[in-house]
Design a protein around this ligand. Structure first.
Ligand code: HAM
Length: 421
């Protein structure tokens, strides 16, 4: 039996890196004051149709949708924003005196995409959502949080791209211009794009199939259609980014693949040489209006999501070694049945005292036990032979410098604590 296409096992050796990244993300959220939200892995299919949008690739082609035994249409979540907004509305978080409500989540998402480097069918997103504020400073904060995660983990070759999708009025004007631009030659585009022309022409701009059509490059860009208010909002966001010392480029063609965006949209890419074809590490933006769409009161919102898989690829491309904690505090080597029996309790006491410790379970010879201790990167090896046991002593060897001392067996744990201080 093989693992399903587009999924992966994360094995010991790798999981430590994941844990480190997850811990860093949580720690950053604590500093920025985002609190964890956990929602179900599946939601009603309609939630995604209404939020992500039914003309998007995600909804049209990529969802894992099934009917349950009660005849309900459910979908494995392809992203986290929809559920965060649903939960915000359902749990009346809009009523909390602490506004904006700042949430984060971490967990598996599912998209039926063609698997390739950096693209999985099950992947883990870390994301944040801030709901309840239309202050451009929060846009800068959200972007800064994502950038900080990458930078603090050691990435240097990053490119932040920002754009504004404007308010409703801006997008209506842009929409008209897009229809005018594409209509005369829409026959040259894929059938999805032909459908999109009337329903949602902006989606044509991120069509994977027609990416290279000449009309794509010359398409009118949203920036030219921003209302004064939208342009002002955007200039505040870029000012704050500059104040924070965050470098960025404005890319008028950045439209993002989900329908709920307006005003600020951004992506963070890896600029590292040798990084695969898919360079986007993180994507996000503002979604004023989405909370109303899901049945809540008028509430602005902004967030981002990034996958741990692509973050790991970027670290690899830049040759960054994560400082994972390898090694154990103490390995117990024993010789003879009685000494072996004794180490069962001793090992337990070491662990209860807070140390990472191990002993041999394979009835290995002494040399092989030392080798095992080496493989596990033990900082100390404690040796208990028949003679030591008789004399109620234990021999402790520091693997860093080879120094050996004898300690009384009775007070071994206490003495070991002092040594390790
Ligand atoms: P998205 O651009 O669809 O946005 O995905 C965000 C990030 O998820 C991508 O930049 C990438 O790191 C990762 N990702 C997406 N698909 C895959 C895949 N198949 N394999 C590996 N990684 C993947 C969203 O999901 C929005 N909910 C982001 C957001 C939050 N906007 C506002 N709040």
């Amino acid at each position: 039996m093989n693992i399903p296409r587009g999924t992966q096992d994360i094995l010991p050796g790798q999981t430590e890196k994941w844990q480190l990244i997850e811990a860093k993300a949580r720690e950053l959220c604590e500093r920025y004051q985002y609190r964890e939200l956990r929602t179900p892995i599946f939601e009603h299919t309609d939630l995604f149709k209404r939020s992500v949008g039914d003309t998007t690739d995600i909804v049209q082609k990529e969802m894992y949708t099934f009917t349950d035994r009660g005849d309900r249409s459910l979908t494995l979540r392809p992203e986290g924003t929809a559920a965060a907004v649903r939960s915000f509305v359902e749990n009346k978080m809009f009523g909390s005196p602490n506004q904006p409500v700042k949430l984060y989540y971490m967990g598996p998402m599912f998209r039926y995409e063609r698997p390739q480097a950096g693209r999985f069918r099950q992947f883990v997103q870390f994301g944040v959502e801030a709901m309840g504020s239309a202050d451009p400073a929060i846009d800068a904060e959200v972007i800064s949080l994502a950038m900080s995660l990458y930078k603090e983990l050691g990435l240097k070759k990053l490119k932040l791209v920002v754009n504004s999708l404007g308010d409703k009025e801006s997008r209506m004007a842009h929409r008209e211009a897009l229809v005018k631009h594409f209509q005369p030659r829409i026959g040259e585009f894929c059938s999805d794009c032909q459908n999109r022309l009337e329903k949602n022409p902006m989606r044509i701009l991120d069509c994977k199939a027609d990416r290279d059509h000449e009309l794509m490059k010359s398409a009118p860009s949203i920036i030219e259609y921003l209302t004064d208010d939208s342009a002002q909002y955007f200039s505040k966001v870029t000012k704050y980014l500059t104040d924070l010392g965050i470098e960025f480029e404005v890319d008028a063609n950045l439209v993002r693949g989900l329908d709920y965006y307006n005003h600020t949209a951004f992506e963070i890419m890896s600029d590292a040489e040798g990084f695969g074809a898919i360079t986007t590490l993180c994507g996000g933006g503002r979604y004023n209006g989405l909370v109303e769409e899901i049945g809540g009161p008028e509430t602005p919102g902004i967030g981002f999501a990034l996958s741990i898989e692509r973050l790991l690829s970027a670290l690899e491309a830049e040759n960054v070694e994560l400082p994972v904690n390898e090694g154990i505090d103490c390995y117990l080597v024993s010789l003879g049945d009685e000494a072996k029996d004794y180490t069962v309790g001793l090992l337990h006491n070491l662990r209860m005292a807070g140390f990472s410790a191990e002993r041999d379970y394979q009835d290995r010879k002494i040399k092989a036990q030392f080798k095992a201790a080496d493989r596990m990167n033990a900082r100390y090896v404690a040796v208990l032979g028949e003679d030591e046991l008789k004399e109620k002593k234990i021999n402790l060897k520091s693997m860093a410098d080879g120094e050996q001392i004898e300690l009384p067996l009775e007070s071994f744990i206490e003495k070991f604590k002092e040594i390790c201080k």
